[in-house]
Design a protein around this ligand. Sequence first.
Ligand SMILES: NC(=O)c1ccc[n+]([C@@H]2O[C@H](COP(=O)([O-])OP(=O)(O)OC[C@H]3O[C@@H](n4cnc5c(N)ncnc54)[C@H](OP(=O)(O)O)[C@@H]3O)[C@@H](O)[C@H]2O)c1
Length: 309
Amino acid sequence: MAKKIIAAAYGDPTEVLEVADVRVPTPGRDQVVVQVRAAGLNPFDVKVVSGVMGRNSDKLPISPGAEAAGVVHAAGTDSGFVAGDEVVVYPATAALAEYVLSPAANVHFKPAGLGFAEAASLLLAGVTAVDTLATLRVSSDDVVLVHGGAGAVGSIVVTEALAAGATVIATASPRNHEHLRELGAIPVAYGVGLAAAIDEARGEQRITAVVDTVGTDEAIDVSLELVAPHRIVSIAAWGRVDDGIVIVDGSSEQSRHHRREAVEPLLADAAAGRIGVEIARTFSFDDAGEAFTELAGSHPRGKLVFEPK
Ligand SMILES: NC(=O)c1ccc[n+]([C@@H]2O[C@H](COP(=O)([O-])OP(=O)(O)OC[C@H]3O[C@@H](n4cnc5c(N)ncnc54)[C@H](OP(=O)(O)O)[C@@H]3O)[C@@H](O)[C@H]2O)c1
């Protein structure tokens, strides 16, 4: 038997998350069973468990965990993997567990130079970041405003936009401004005075594209004063679609294509140190509820990582 985290009801993660005993899965011909060394926690997991994404009792119990890294435990004959391979699973389901079952198509070889925790925390945020910039076709001609530039997605947006040669202005709490400067971006504080702070940061330059990872009305309103709606790509402002901004979430064929193509370059860039993945805290079966609660609030920079112990 093996352990995995489930939520038998929607609600406060500290109340609804529990540890279930399940059988170790057996892979089909094109499936892989991975012994999880680390699984990245994402706001998506928190939103699903808390019921923000909707409450449908037919979907209970929920098994959170959308990305993992580990060692192949058993592999189907047509999978292309063998026991002992070090891999990353993305997209994954039920990854907050000792073992995760996945179609081979979602399993990727982990570069040797990349740790399990970092590998497990890279791809969901990374493919999303690449998708935003590919949708905007950001190039060295652009001056990009990134809302939430120190977040998991935002940090990779900033890094990739700078790598494309763009100038980057990014919003964050003052505690994260030095981090943004180190990446090469111009930091500005969100909140009161945001529009004036952006004006000062851009000087004579014109903002040409916006990536919003936050979804607040403040972020969208200030952006609409700077660029046309189709130059604003958001991953979170679902309530502002009527303004003509572009939401990307992996549901369109173009978005899926961007995300598929991004996986291998992201793994290579992270292994080479061109993309940094910071780990803020690890958690396990005992303190999963606290980790979910921490991610839902104003949390320190870096990823929260599950390690089965
Ligand atoms: N559509 C998609 O495909 C997709 C994919 C991935 C994630 N998402 C969504 O995107 C969002 C970000 O995900 P993430 O993993 O990057 O989260 P994260 O690591 O928790 O980062 C959130 C960022 O938001 C910033 N922030 C918080 N309140 C803010 C405010 N009022 N104004 C401006 N910035 C604020 C924080 O900045 P400071 O810490 O500097 O204050 C932090 O850097 C989540 O809502 C997530 O569900 C969507």
